[in-house]
Write a protein that binds this ligand. Sequence first.
Ligand SMILES: [Zn+2]
Ligand SMILES: [Zn+2]
Length: 209
Amino acid sequence: MSAVNELCLAIHQTLEALTAQESPRSVPFTDGLYFFFEKTEKSEHAPDGRIVRVGNHPRSRGGLVRRLRNHYASNKNSSVFRKSIGGALMRRDQRDHPCLAHWEKQDAPKCADCKPTERHVTAMLRSSFSFRVVAIPNMPERNVMEALLIATLSACPTCGPSKEWLGRFARSEIVQRCGLWNSQFVGGPQLDQEELARFTELAEASHSD
Ligand SMILES: [Zn+2]
Ligand SMILES: [Zn+2]
């Protein structure tokens, strides 16, 4: 097994040992990384669905729960994740969907025809995704971990996107290819063994029960 395969499997196993959160309200701390899992994206490393997004609140203290709430609120302008999912839904249904230009543009207002997409994104987040959280109070450490984890997970040859993955309709070619709803840090330096051990330690300290 290649090194990145071993790292990816270890990350999945470490996180799957944590409780999946039902909603942002149940998150027991305010600084950390979050990991979205997509149920239909099964892989050898993740039989119940692989990690499809790593998220952070890179510049704010105490912003984890707020960031997560923004993903579930019905407002594409509050969340890059919502913009990506909604844009992919539109493009899948209609290649030249008339809403794409304003939906995918940050802060552009929505039109009446965008409303069903907001509802669809929220419904999908509730039904097809779950998330887990790891407490990392130190901001520089959290930001470094975010980058290393995204680079590692997106490089795993075992956890590529399925043929049916919605992200194949994402606007970003990086998302389409790498199988994560992330584009920043893809292709960057990956975790080493020492950093993996530190991540495991942080995750084990994040058990909510
Ligand atoms: Zn519209
Ligand atoms: Zn993997």
